[in-house]
Ligand binder design. Sequence first.
Ligand code: ZN
Length: 374
Amino acid sequence: MNIERQPTKTKWHQTVTKFRNFPMVPRVVFGPGSFDQLGDILMPQRRHAEAPVIFLVDDFFEGKGLLNRIPAIFDDQIILISAEEEPKTIQVDALVAQIRKSFGATPSGIVGIGGGTVMDLAKAVAIMLNNEGTSADYQGWDLVNRPAVYHIGVPTLSGTGSEVSRTTVLNGPHRKLGINSDFTVFDQVVLDPDLTRDAPKEQWFFTGMDCYIHCVESLSGTYLNAFSQSYGEKAMELCEEVFLGNLNAAEQREKLMMASWHGGMSIAYSQVGVAHAISYGLSYVLGVRHGLGNCLVFRHLEEYYPKGVATFMKMQEKHGIVLPEGVCSSLSDQELEAMVQVSLGMEPLWENALGPDWKAVMTPDKLAGLFARI
Ligand code: ZN
């Protein structure tokens, strides 16, 4: 997701606001089986035999056929990544150190094959290979000085929108925050719906709901504009077809992949809202993964998103998804306080959701009460 400030509606027609000039993914290939074009896509990017391509791959694919289809040649390396936990700055720094130690030359490219976690790691590693210091130094907005190494995103789960965003969200030593920069955006994305075929049902649902929630939060936010609306409405329509309609499995995969893309484009020029702000606190303290965290939070937000929550409940019921209860019931006061502080720190999200006077609406006490229900 993208957590940048956006001109508010009242400022929209005034010249005082600087409009965001954001980069989009310059090249994208879409279609079932398109993954097999990856070798051809990489070939012109290879500088020489000693500058390898590094493939970061979700370890879910260990022992599966996809690994044999990765076009690794010369000194290329495949690094399996566990997506059990949200990506961390120390994990990025360790990967960069490992790659630097293994190869004399800077890699020709980084390819992230997986869900949001692996794609975000690939973006961050590509940035850090060309920038000094630790990745935690770059958490924030436009702090990256030098362009990243060429990097490709290959989603194997649909919904996060990471494939189109200019951020890579990392858990750092002090906070969960994205590296938001023009250099974060992938140089190429490969959208092959067949790669999502074997996703476990719950993971498929939670990640898909991330997209649905992006749409609800973008479309009901105060930052909404025609750009965001046009993508958000299409993404929401696709989500409803996928999760409530009667599509066949292939159509479902294709449409959810495009829903994710459009949902990501929608928040690129608006912002997410209450569910994401609270979910950030939850995952910072408890390590809950993003898609699940959003679902845990969203079902309690009928006060803010009545129609969206009702539809979410229908989707959950249709797919027989059971969410854990009492996730925050045994938290210490200290942990609860940390969650509240991390959440309230997501100011643009609150402002988008509740307007400029959001602090009067979402007080620390009110937020603590919401966490208690989760
Ligand atoms: Zn999200």
